[in-house]
Ligand binder design. Structure first.
Ligand SMILES: CC(C)(COP(=O)(O)OP(=O)(O)OC[C@H]1O[C@@H](n2cnc3c(N)ncnc32)[C@H](O)[C@@H]1OP(=O)(O)O)[C@@H](O)C(=O)NCCC(=O)NCCS
Length: 210
């Protein structure tokens, strides 16, 4: 092959690469702008008793979407009836040890986390503990930094209230969630059984010292 042909091919691949690179770069910029805009539109509020119905719907929808493929319908219904009933949620919404932090876009609830103060498990080294009991984002909003803003809020509240360690349990095969928690500096420190109907699985315990 002549030098000029080779040069032409190089110039071509080089410019094609540049065009592709620019396109991907612009797409990423667009995505980041969208994510920033979305986060600007989202407010986090602490759930009150008035939120019980919308919160229950959010808890059920996110839990069902996440776990329906790995559990039987009967086990799912049984668990959701027990943990997401109006009575249970109303009691929790009035418990000073528990807070539901809810991400809201306009009037719509799109994500939540449930924290429990002074709840502990395993070796937390006598540090004052706060537990993240649940964190769920609606499927269509996953991966758009909604969880990140909830986690930042949890850490801010925990520090303000002088807790010394945040901990949580996560299913050992929930790799994406584990990656998410690691990003915030959570490390493994133990495990426990998680029972959903007849199904017993292993949850890994993760903690972050504040
Ligand atoms: C885990 C969860 C709360 C994270 O919130 P999020 O808003 O999706 O996460 P963010 O956008 O703030 O952060 C994205 C990071 O989360 C992680 N992540 C977790 N689940 C993800 C998913 N399904 N898709 C993309 N990223 C996911 C990735 O590490 C990602 O990091 P990267 O962008 O560097 O690749 C959310 O994905 C969720 O509700 N998942 C389903 C329910 C669940 O598993 N809850 C945890 C139970 S212990």
């Amino acid at each position: 092959m002549s030098l000029s042909v080779l040069l032409n091919i190089n110039i071509l691949t080089d410019s094609t690469f540049k065009i592709r690179f620019n396109f991907v770069f612009k797409l990423l910029k667009l995505k980041n702008t969208f994510v920033s805009y979305l986060n600007f539109m989202i407010k986090i509020k602490t759930g009150t008793i008035e939120d019980v119905n919308s919160l229950r719907d959010l808890c059920i929808e996110t839990f069902y979407k996440k776990w329906k493929s790995t559990n039987t319908e009967e086990d799912m219904q049984c668990y959701m009836n027990e943990f997401f009933s109006n009575e249970k949620l109303k009691t929790e919404l009035q418990d000073p040890e528990i807070s539901y932090l809810i991400s809201q876009s306009s009037e719509k609830f799109i994500a939540y986390t449930k924290i429990k103060r002074n709840s502990f498990e395993g070796d937390l080294g006598n540090l004052k503990p706060i537990e993240i009991q649940r964190m769920y984002v609606l499927e269509s909003y996953i991966g758009q930094r909604i969880g990140e803003s909830l986690m930042k809020e949890v850490i801010e509240i925990a520090k303000k209230e002088q807790f010394e360690v945040v901990w949580l349990g996560v299913w050992e095969k929930n790799y994406e969630a584990i990656k998410f928690y690691k990003r915030f500096g959570f490390d493994f420190y133990g495990s426990h059984d998680f029972v959903l109907g007849a199904d017993i699985t292993t949850d890994l315990l993760m903690k972050k010292v504040l």
